[in-house]
Design a protein around this ligand. Structure first.
Ligand SMILES: [Zn+2]
Ligand SMILES: [Zn+2]
Length: 451
């Protein structure tokens, strides 16, 4: 049986036969409504995405070279470029936050765009780039951590915040950032797993059944899988029940040898598991660390302002209250949602999902999966306040007239965002559906025993 005709849902493990041609339509799982990845026809064409990636890389360079915001107050000027903002945090003893902001807004977007272009240009002309696996894996690894769109919202919030105290001028970098945000959204809509279909087309004539693929620091022989056993839709509806496994990196469905540890995908060399190892233990640990970090993030000052001998500390909730009372209620709502509501929602949903999976509950699996998807999607938006603090600290340094520095809550808050994102990445949503499948299998046995 050719497993390449199969596709397994990443969120509920249900098996499907791949349609011959899905065109531009998006296929969704019938059980949990997740978008099915690795479909050859989904998304734009290679030419289209290649052009957008190249344009995004050029725009990225422009956004780095010019100031994003300029500030004029009492005859004094200041400006903020992306790298300048990171540098001012670094020199203000906020090195961990500076490193996070640098990675999320500069390094990871640059890596994603460069690696994507490295793959797309040769593939477009029918050549396979060296180290195809690694470059594709790099794109998949850095993608969830690219936060250009959140940084853009941070710039807009900072502008609205600064308008009342100084003259704010939008720099050329701001327009480049706006263009980059749109282009990054187009690039992010392209599933990198689709490139495996192009890879297979290019290598089909060289296929011998055995391939050499470099994995880690050694050359490892990766075999094509042998069919474990035939299955039919009535006897096996999930990949696990059929003795198959879906590779997390490339989406290939393949045979799984029960009991063998350290199994790797025969196509991309990525470690493969039927379920993420120690998923619940890791999620719980990260979640507990996030809860403990969330308390100082709200209690400690996130910014420290000193002006003409007077100094003042600002907490996150204090900032929201200030905007609300001074009439900037849209800004108060945006900051409250991104900095208070989203982290609380993430913590509550992940706690619910972890407890539900630990108690082997089959309660509302479709809704639980939708909540998990929501947490994954909104994860990076809590970084908004950290970006606003970064820009404010860079802009407001007018000697003895006014200086703003970052407070300890900025570090705690950035840590909460990273920890909750790591926790949601460690949670395996298929555990939700395992309880449903186990319940279904138990039900006929119970009925038979009752008779
Ligand atoms: Zn599904
Ligand atoms: Zn793979």
């Amino acid at each position: 049986m050719d497993y390449r005709r199969l596709i397994a849902c990443h969120e509920c493990d249900l098996l499907f036969r791949k349609p011959a041609d899905v065109g531009a339509r998006v296929a969704s799982c019938t059980r949990c409504a997740a978008k099915l990845t690795a479909l050859a026809g989904a998304g734009g064409s290679l030419d289209h995405i290649c052009a957008v990636t190249l344009a995004a890389l050029i725009t990225f360079c422009i956004a780095q070279a010019f100031p994003v915001i300029e500030l004029h107050a009492n005859g004094m000027n200041s400006e903020a470029t992306l790298i300048g903002a990171v540098r001012s945090l670094w020199s203000g003893n906020m090195r961990a936050v500076a490193a996070m902001v640098f990675c999320a807004s500069i390094l990871f977007p640059l890596i994603e765009l460069s690696a994507f272009l490295y793959l797309l240009v040769p593939l477009r002309i029918g050549r396979l780039p060296p180290r195809f696996n690694r470059a594709l894996r790099v794109v998949q690894l850095v993608r969830p951590w690219c936060m250009v769109e959140v940084f853009m919202l941070g710039v807009l919030v900072t502008i609205v915040k600064m308008v009342s105290i100084a003259d704010v001028i939008a720099g050329p970098g701001l327009f480049a950032m706006a263009g980059l945000t749109g282009m990054m959204a187009v690039v992010a809509s392209f599933d990198p797993g689709r490139l495996w279909a192009v890879h297979e087309r290019l290598t089909s004539d060289r296929t011998t059944g055995i391939r050499w693929s470099r994995v880690g620091d050694r050359r490892e022989r990766l075999m094509r899988p042998q069919p474990a056993r035939e299955w039919t839709s009535s006897s096996a509806s999930t990949a696990r029940h059929a003795g198959l496994v879906c590779c997390h990196a490339c989406g290939l469905v393949q045979a799984h040898a029960e009991g063998r540890t350290r199994q790797r995908c025969w196509r991309c060399g990525h470690p493969r598991h039927q379920r993420r190892p120690d998923s619940l233990t890791r999620t719980t640990s990260l979640l507990l660390a996030a809860v403990f970090t969330y308390i100082p993030a709200n209690l400690l000052p996130i910014m420290h302002a000193s002006s003409l001998g007077r100094s003042e500390d600002d907490t996150i909730l204090g900032g929201v209250a200030y905007f609300w009372t001074s009439g900037d209620w849209p800004l108060a709502v945006v900051v409250f949602v991104a900095s208070v509501l989203v982290p609380m929602l993430k913590l509550a949903v992940l706690t619910l999902l972890t407890l539900s999976a630990r108690r082997e509950s089959a309660w509302r699996p479709r809704e639980c999966t939708a909540l998990y998807r929501l947490v994954e999607r909104i994860g990076p938006w809590s970084m908004l306040d950290v970006f606003v603090v970064t820009l404010t600290v860079t802009l407001v340094h007018f000697g003895s007239f006014a200086v703003i520095t970052a407070g300890p809550a900025a570090l705690a808050f950035a840590a909460v965002v990273i920890l909750t994102m790591l926790a949601s990445h460690q949670f395996d949503p298929r555990l939700i559906w395992d309880n449903v499948d186990a319940g279904k299998r138990r039900a006929p046995t119970n009925r038979r025993n009752a008779r």
